[in-house]
Write a new protein. Structure first.
Length: 460
């Protein structure tokens, strides 16, 4: 248990209906008692009573009312942190919340560091590191799917899976140590049994890698660039997808000079969409810079929508852009303005540099082909459908790096199985167990822990 009692505003600062101030630590009850004046004796904080909402005021040292509030006390160990937690629901807005927080600080609480409540919960065994990290994912979730993945994680699915893998490693380690220590009784290491265990571990790791690659797009989203020569309808497409007039659309080629960005969701996937300056040879200074930015956006993006114009037909400029895009992954050619009376582009025009791109015909103006365009985008980024059960997910870079280390380590163990000595094998299995422990949070160094929790918001 920690000596000091921490306090923070847990809701976002700004004008709002209510705000929440949270305290955790052994002095929470005493501080709340001193700061709180109940509406009636029935609303007083009673000894032993826990998890009950009480109505009253927060008062200053002279008994002056600072705000009308609802408070609750959650006695240790039945609380988020495992310590006694006091919560004050006050009115939102800067003045009321800071007045209530300051009163708690005045009475001896210390301002909490970012993530310190969750850190205490972790250190008191209320949740493991994968669950703590899932909480952060919930707060930062960019899509409904990202949120449901994180919520599943909160139930500890990854931890359970890691424990299963750890059991397999421990079984392997047991076999190696038994053959090392009691060669006369146990005999040589049963290589085929050891290999079976190793393969099972590999299968589990492969699955985790596959699922986490798939879910990455729901959490981090994808970047999509719309490119093409001037006047093909790039900004019109951006506006259509956003359902708002974000970018200026005119029939003057060279209207867009800068990269215009916004966010949308396509079938649950968060997409950063970028409209760009039309690509053409130009001596105009501003347009030149714009075209350079277009090239940068094209190389950064995960998906590239290449627009051509059925009204103008395929031109030399289109051919040059096609060459720039050649060999780049996920290029989708969209033949726009098919609503014009005499479209100049047919299937037979899409040869040469255009042949390698998946293509669609349509019209932004009349909305034709946009649904097919969205489905094609999703197919590009989501090679495999996530199964309902595939939810033991690696949620962040830290976990991903450790997962990679674990995969490399099990490969190393398999390679050593034939000719290395038993003690050498045992050392390698120990290393794998260490990485696994870091993944689940059991073997994390204090500074790593601090780093993880400092990424949280204050009050969480
Ligand atoms: N007929 C027809 N016209 C379209 C369609 N989509 C866009 N346009 C028109 O084409 C012209 C150019 O559209 P923009 O969206 O500004 O084109 P852009 O590619 O962003 O052009 P720059 O910013 O200059 O590179 C405008 O007059 C649009 O109304 C379409 O599907 N059909
Ligand atoms: Mg434009």
């Amino acid at each position: 248990m920690f000596e000091d009692t921490i306090a923070a505003i847990s809701t976002a600062i700004g004008e709002s209906g209510i705000a929440l101030i949270r305290m955790s630590g052994s002095r929470s009850e005493e501080i709340l008692q001193a700061a709180f004046s109940p509406h009636s004796p029935t609303q007083a904080i009673q000894k032993k009573e826990s998890h009950r909402l009480l109505l009253g005021w927060i008062i200053d040292a002279n008994g002056v009312k600072l705000d009308e509030v609802l408070v609750s006390l959650m006695r240790a160990p039945h609380s988020y942190t495992g310590e006694t937690v006091a919560e004050i629901n006050c009115h939102g807005g800067y003045q009321a919340t800071t007045a209530c927080l300051n009163r708690c600080l005045e009475l001896g609480a210390r301002l909490a560091l970012p993530g310190e409540f969750t850190q205490r919960a972790f250190l008191n065994g209320r949740l493991d590191i994968t669950q703590a990290e899932a909480l952060m994912e919930i707060i930062h979730a960019k899509s409904q799917k990202g949120l449901s993945i994180a919520v599943e994680q909160l139930h500890g699915r990854l931890r359970i899976k890691l424990e299963e893998i750890e059991d397999l490693f421990t079984q392997l380690q047991g076999m190696i140590l038994a053959s090392m220590d009691f060669p006369d009784d146990v005999g040589d290491l049963d290589e085929s049994e050891a290999r079976t265990i190793i393969h099972r571990i590999q299968q589990e790791f492969d699955r985790l890698v596959r699922i986490s690659d798939q879910t990455d797009i729901y959490r981090n989203g994808v970047q999509l660039v719309i490119c093409g020569k001037p006047n093909v309808g790039k900004s019109s497409l951006l506006n259509y997808l956003l359902n708002q007039e974000k970018a200026i659309v005119t029939n003057i080629p060279g209207t867009t000079r800068d990269v215009i960005e916004d966010f949308i969701h396509i079938q649950g996937i968060p997409v950063k969409i970028m409209d760009t300056a039309g690509i053409r040879e130009t001596d105009e200074t501003v347009e030149k810079i714009g075209v350079q930015k277009t090239f940068d956006a094209i190389s950064q993006a995960d998906v590239r929508i290449f627009l051509v114009d059925a009204e103008s037909g395929i031109t030399e400029e289109d051919r040059q852009i096609a060459q720039i895009l050649q060999g780049k992954p996920n290029v989708l050619l969209f033949v726009n303005k098919m609503d014009t009376s005499h479209p100049q582009i047919t299937e037979s025009d899409l040869y040469g540099p255009f042949a390698e791109f998946q293509h669609l015909f349509g019209s932004v103006r009349s909305g034709i082909g946009i649904e097919a365009l969205e489905s094609a985008i999703v197919q590009f980024v989501q090679q495999e459908q996530l199964m309902q059960d595939d939810l033991e997910i690696i949620t962040n870079v830290r976990q991903k790096q450790l997962l990679k280390k674990c995969c490399a380590q099990i490969r190393e163990i398999e390679n050593l199985l034939n000719d290395a000595s038993l003690d050498c094998l045992a050392v390698e299995v120990d290393t794998a167990l260490l990485y696994l422990g870091q993944l689940s949070g059991r073997d994390l160094a204090e500074e790593t822990l601090d780093r993880i929790f400092r990424d949280f918001c204050i009050g969480k």
